[in-house]
Design a protein around this ligand. Structure first.
Ligand code: AMP
Length: 182
């Protein structure tokens, strides 16, 4: 399994998100899966990647040249690909992974998440998507999607493939159950 995780380049106010990011990196490594991510060493991204490396995991990062200064980490990862544009970064992460997780994050995290969702909506892939927030962070997003669905602009079928989870382990179980080998 190669799981791409989208999460904040910031740490957020509450330390519990940093701990969740570390738990995610560790859990992916412990399952023997590969972590694919944006290649940064900052915020939740950095906490997650460092924890995965410390647990003996395989970590593949993809970072645009223009963000190296701002986001790159001081710790080694298994493989870091440097690309020219943000669009290339997303494309490479999407191609590499066979499943996706979003943890709390900001606009970049949402952009990446919605790219995966919209590509699946138009049938360009069928890879599973899970969100982990311990019951809090993504709930406004969930309500927004329910409201959009009620208004008829979003199909139930297109939001129903998002798995909403309190724990990382539950999210990884969903991905394992839904993934097709590639
Ligand atoms: P954020 O959730 O805003 O903290 O950002 C999380 C990650 O998403 C960071 O590594 C950002 O560089 C990245 N990001 C932001 N916008 C984009 C984009 N348009 N395409 C690809 N990655 C992005």
């Amino acid at each position: 399994m190669r799981v791409c995780v989208f999460c904040g380049a910031k740490s957020g106010r509450d330390e519990r998100w940093g701990l969740m990011a570390e738990a995610t990196g560790r859990a992916i490594a412990e399952r023997g899966w590969t972590l694919v991510y944006g290649g940064g060493g900052v915020g939740l991204m950095g906490r997650m990647a460092q924890a995965a490396m410390a647990a003996g995991g395989t970590v593949q990062g993809v970072i645009p040249r223009s963000l190296i200064r701002q986001e790159a980490g001081a710790f080694p990862i298994t493989q870091l690909d440097i690309v020219d544009t943000m669009a290339e970064r997303k494309t490479l992460m999407l191609e590499r992974a066979n499943a996706f997780i979003a943890l709390p994050g900001g606009l970049g995290t949402l952009d990446e998440l919605f790219e995966v969702l919209t590509l699946r909506q138009i049938g360009l892939h069928s890879k599973p998507v899970a969100l982990v927030d311990d019951g809090a962070y993504f709930q406004p997003l969930r309500r927004m999607l329910e409201a959009f669905t009620a208004e008829g602009f979003v199909l139930d079928a297109h939001v129903s493939y998002i798995g909403w989870h309190d724990t990382v382990e539950a999210a990884l179980d969903q991905l394992a159950a839904e993934s097709k080998p590639s």
